[in-house]
Write a protein that binds this ligand. Structure first.
Ligand code: PMP
Length: 445
């Protein structure tokens, strides 16, 4: 038995099944850059970045040194009662980075989930309105508020309901498929119709506090929106005094080649949430919003004992500095363009590739069994993932059939070439019916 197998067997005796989506028998020992090394010494190229939480790569010296220096000095004192310099610096930095030409304030938490929960509190408090609208297919988190906003998996809804009241969902303006899996995407007006009907018949617009959206729906399948949707949505929100919050937890902080993914669109949210990569992989999230919205709550309405953790703050400052000094925003765009030059051709070259989409290094490859009907080929997507894993790549599928290509922004061109070659080998072999050796039972979402 390998060390990995031993460890995984032991894990199965104690670690809760609800906390891990089953994929590969990969027990990681360490990593550097975009490389992972398992406990048996085998190397992998990471195309998942720990669910986009390692944008600056694994164990970069700048970040590990900042963490070590802080740990040796002082670990934490709760911001609920006292102040510390790293939190001051980071708050200022996040206000600078976040979009919007207005005065802002920041709150800190420990996970993307709690940041999105905070959005509910601030939006309700500021507007004095109860209802929250989000999108079907969205993943906003794993605690009751952010779960109530999410609508992606029945396993996130079954057995522990009811969730919070006052939440509604509308269709995401998918640019590739239309509503209800139709092969033709809808136009902006059609995508807005369910919201308008809601306002006309069963949800008074003047009682809606906030609409929460991911600019590119991440776990929902790396879906890009149809052009003009967010602008139209913003106009509608302004008309009714509804706030807009963007969940940039997966797409933010360089993933799409800009600090915020909003920079690719022509609208300005009132609130934005960051998490995942913010502190280079240490637990940290933030809500950045208009001053008057964030100041609509008084203490202790939204605070966490270990929030703005001092070690995490130093890690975040080092992470942001690394993105700036190594120009990782440009790297994300350039490397994204580099892989897309090859990947975009796959739509014509390979039977199973229906679409390649995304911005920067946030890319989805939509695996279909029929390009006309755009029927999802989820089994085939998992087969490709398993082939890649066998050949030293870590890649998973979201929405069943969409390969999630989100490597650390520091990935080398050599590693990208290897990843592209291996994915092409998998697509070719699949097309020729040569990939029936994998047991994909129980894998994936
Ligand atoms: N929002 C988005 C867009 C996400 O992708 C995720 C994680 N997949 C979350 C929120 C939740 O973040 P966390 O797991 O850190 O609570």
């Amino acid at each position: 038995m390998t060390k990995s197998e031993q460890l995984i067997n032991e894990d199965g005796k104690y670690f809760a099944a609800s906390g891990r989506i089953k994929y590969y028998p990969l027990a990681i020992d360490h990593g550097y850059g975009a490389t992972l090394v398992d406990v048996d010494g085998k190397e992998y190229i990471d195309l998942l970045s720990s669910a986009s939480s390692q944008n600056v790569g694994h164990a970069p010296k700048r970040v590990t040194e900042a963490i070590k220096a802080q740990v040796d000095k002082f670990i934490h004192y709760t911001p609920a009662y006292m102040y510390h310099e790293p939190a001051v610096k980071l708050s200022k930095k996040l206000c600078d980075i976040a979009p919007g030409d207005f005065e802002k304030r920041v709150t800190f938490g420990l996970s993307g989930s709690d940041a999105n929960d905070g959005v509910i509190k601030f939006a309700r408090a500021y507007t004095g309105r109860p209802y929250i609208i989000s999108f079907t297919n969205a993943y906003h988190g794993s605690i009751f508020g952010s779960l109530s906003m999410s609508a992606i998996s029945l396993n996130m809804r079954k057995h522990y309901g009811p969730l919070l009241s006052g939440f509604y969902h509308i269709p995401f303006p998918d640019k590739y498929r239309g509503m209800y899996e139709q092969p033709t995407p809808n136009i902006v007006e059609e995508y807005l119709a369910p919201l308008k009907e809601m306002f006309a018949k069963y949800v008074p617009a003047e009682e809606v506090a906030c609409i929460v959206v991911e600019t590119i729906q991440g776990d929902g399948g790396l879906l890009e929106p149809v052009k003009g949707y967010f602008e139209a949505l913003e106009a509608l929100c302004h008309e009714h005094g509804i706030l807009i919050a963007v969940d940039d937890i997966q797409q933010g902080l360089g993933r799409t080649g800009t600090w915020s993914s909003i920079d690719h669109f022509n609208f300005t949210p009132d609130l934005i949430t960051f998490g995942k990569s913010l502190a280079g992989g240490l637990p940290m999230s933030a809500i950045v919003g208009r001053k008057e919205i964030i100041e609509s709550l008084e203490a202790p309405a939204h605070l966490f004992t270990t929030g703005a953790n001092r070690v995490s703050c130093e890690a975040a400052l080092a992470t942001i500095k690394m993105i700036e000094e190594e120009d990782l925003l440009t790297a994300s765009s350039e490397k994204g363009n580099y892989v897309r030059q090859r990947m975009d051709q796959w739509i014509n070259k390979y039977d199973y590739v229906g679409d390649v989409r995304g911005i920067g290094l946030s890319i989805g490859i939509d695996i279909v069994s029929d390009k006309e009907t755009k029927t999802r080929a989820s089994q085939e997507a998992l087969i490709i993932c398993n082939y890649c894993f066998e050949h030293g790549l870590v890649i998973i599928a979201v929405a069943g059939n969409v390969l999630r290509f989100q490597p650390p922004l520091v990935i080398t061109y050599e590693q990208l070439d290897y990843a592209l070659d291996t994915l092409e080998d998998a697509l070719q072999a699949l097309q020729e019916g040569r990939l029936d050796q994998y047991d994909i039972n129980g894998q994936g979402w």
